[in-house]
Ligand binder design. Structure first.
Ligand SMILES: O=C(O)CC[C@@H](O)C(=O)O
Ligand SMILES: [Zn+2]
Length: 578
């Protein structure tokens, strides 16, 4: 790969018109289909036809692809079976203490929710029983659609007294089987609870029943609000959500909170533990816990909301959320860069933190296998570079309030990095369409892995110095049997290790696990950085948490949900709870 001269690299965007790039246009954006791309140093003449209008990503697979995956899975792993896992290691029996639904239960739910919110229709049930990857599948006979907290409370009170297990369901975009039933759990969908209750803008706050304080950018909404809709609403008011995910078009804020989702802007805005100001949660017995505060500081007793953030619906159902929303800044810049090795990516991160500091709003990374995969499987995603593939790519987004200063700062940083050899090639988005097309590459990764065939997914937190080693070790272990790719949130030390094969195979799985968990544990990493444990890793928690810690978690679960009806078989080993 030829090193580019820095002057070549910078020629385009230095001379280009200064335009801020705004990510993620609202739905139905009417951006022009073609653009001139003076800023893409290696895409002159190519970009105009290359970049298409932004596509919305909803993590919905075409039925053809989905069926193929299901078929492979069913026929090769379990035959026709009500449970559908990629992992033979998951071998859980239905909890015998749970009751089976009867006609009285259905009558009760219908009288309380109305017929149309008590779903027994086969098609809708089969959609609700399976996760978006079509890897995890339950056999629930009932989907309930409560419209408010009171209805959630009544459902839980009834289910608890009858010992009917339940699974709370948001947008079903999870990757660890946490949001679908394992057996016949009643599915409680929060989709109908999608009201925005208030936004305190700090100037003329709406009336908020829980607080009369006026602090900038506090949104209160119901749990079923779709993340992207919240962001669109906030954009008009001058704010943004502190959270951004590839699945934003489908995922719901209640699910985001329950899984403590991380995503693309974590490096800037941090964890939901820091951004959630309050929650309303319904406990297993129907008790409504009103913790819907809007205060930045509140040390009165234990801060119980944190128990529910990331508990994956195993301790209670989140029904309302109060969240800090940062101001929407006007200047956004996005650069897609190619690096020769992982060490360069690491150094680039260090230098970027030093030189760009807090204006960095995303620092994403992908290896050449990931790029190759997304180009092969995602329609409309194009390689913005003329060279075939580089070994590593980094996506840096900066967001600030001073357009010319931010742009000049980023340009100077890129120039220095290129001269220092950390960057081989690069492109800076010149407008919204180019920015969207860069993000499509990164945001298309997850869907591409599923379209590529059978995929084993690992979501690891690792010290940056060991971050990429596991990819090499896994390649050495698996040889030709699988394609191993790595991408993720380098700025947060979060690697998405994806192992792609043509079909799910227990021999391959045995070569991956427990090795991947042991390796992560040895390097003092986490086996669950941002996707949760769900069903996939409930019995793997000990790789990242001490026995005493897991024991305390099990005690808390038993205290809050003595009958174990909330999202059973997930998060903690079943053996500790029955
Ligand atoms: O599919 C994956 O492995 C990761 C999904 C998501 O967390 C992402 O960062 O794209
Ligand atoms: Zn991620």
């Amino acid at each position: 790969m030829a090193r580019r001269r820095a002057s070549q690299f910078l020629a385009g965007y230095c001379c280009s018109k200064s335009r801020s790039v705004v990510r993620r246009p609202p739905l139905c954006s009417q951006e022009p289909a073609s653009i001139s791309a003076p800023g893409l140093s290696h895409t002159h003449g190519k970009a105009t036809s290359m970049f298409k209008p932004p596509l919305k990503l909803h993590w919905k697979l075409s039925s053809q692809t989905s069926c193929d995956i299901m078929q492979v899975h069913y026929s090769r792993t379990y035959g026709i079976h009500q449970r559908s896992f990629t992992s033979a290691a998951i071998n859980i029996q239905r909890n015998p203490s749970f009751s089976k639904l009867n006609s009285d239960d259905i009558c009760y739910f219908k009288s309380m929710l109305g017929d149309k919110n008590v779903v027994q229709d086969e098609d809708r049930l089969s959609a609700a029983n399976v996760d978006w990857m079509r890897k995890y599948k339950g056999s629930s006979q009932l989907l309930l659609l409560p419209r408010n907290t009171e209805e959630v409370s009544k459902i839980l009170r009834h289910c608890n007294s009858r010992r009917l297990a339940i699974v709370p369901q948001g947008g079903k975009t999870g990757l660890v089987g946490g949001s679908v039933p394992v057996y016949d759990e009643v599915i409680i969908s929060l989709a109908s609870m999608d009201k925005i209750i208030s936004l305190d803008k700090g100037i003329s706050p709406f009336t908020i029943q829980h607080s009369s304080f006026s602090v900038n950018g506090i949104l209160i909404c119901e749990a079923g609000c779709i993340l992207e809709n919240l962001n669109s609403f906030l954009a008009n008011e001058g704010f943004i959500m502190p959270l951004d995910l590839g699945a934003k078009g489908s995922c719901q804020i209640g699910g985001n909170v329950s899984t403590n989702a991380g995503g693309l802007h974590f490096i800037r805005y941090g964890s939901l533990h820091g951004n959630i100001l309050g929650l309303e949660v319904v406990l297993a017995d129907g008790t409504v816990l009103d913790m819907l505060g809007t205060l930045r500081k509140d040390n009165t007793g234990y801060d119980l909301k944190h128990l529910f953030i990331g508990s994956e619906g195993s301790l209670g159902i989140v029904t309302k959320v109060s969240i800090l929303t940062p101001p929407k800044l006007l200047s956004t810049n996005l650069a897609l860069l190619a690096c020769k090795d992982f060490l360069s990516c690491q150094k680039l991160l260090l230098e970027a933190k030093r030189e760009l500091g807090e204006v960095i709003s995303a620092f994403e990374f992908m290896d050449s296998g990931s790029m190759d995969m997304v180009l092969a499987h995602m329609d409309g995603v194009r390689n913005p570079f003329q060279s075939s593939l580089y070994d590593f790519y980094v996506l840096i987004e900066t967001t600030g309030s001073d357009e010319s200063y931010d742009k000049a700062k980023l340009e100077a940083f890129l120039l220095r990095s290129m001269e220092g050899g950390l960057i081989l090639d690069g492109a800076v988005a010149q407008d919204i369409n180019q920015a969207s097309s860069f993000w499509q590459i990164r945001e298309g990764m997850s869907e591409a892995t599923v379209k590529a065939g059978a995929v084993y997914k690992y979501d690891l937190s690792l010290p940056v110095e060991n971050f990429y080693d596991i990819v090499g070790e896994m390649r050495a272990r698996l040889g030709e049997k699988a394609k191993v790719v790595g991408y993720g949130h380098l700025g947060d030390g979060n690697l998405h290790l994806n192992i792609l094969t043509t079909q799910y195979d227990n021999n391959i799985l045995a070569q991956i696990e427990p090795f991947v968990y042991e390796w992560t544990s040895t390097h003092r990493g986490s086996i669950s950085a941002e996707h949760g444990l769900g069903l996939m890793k409930a019995d793997k928690i000990h790789y990242s948490k001490s026995p005493e810690t897991v024991q305390l978690m099990a005690s808390i679960k038993k205290l809050l949900d003595p009958n174990g009806i909330l999202n059973p078989y997930k998060v903690l080993p079943q053996s500790m709870l029955q």
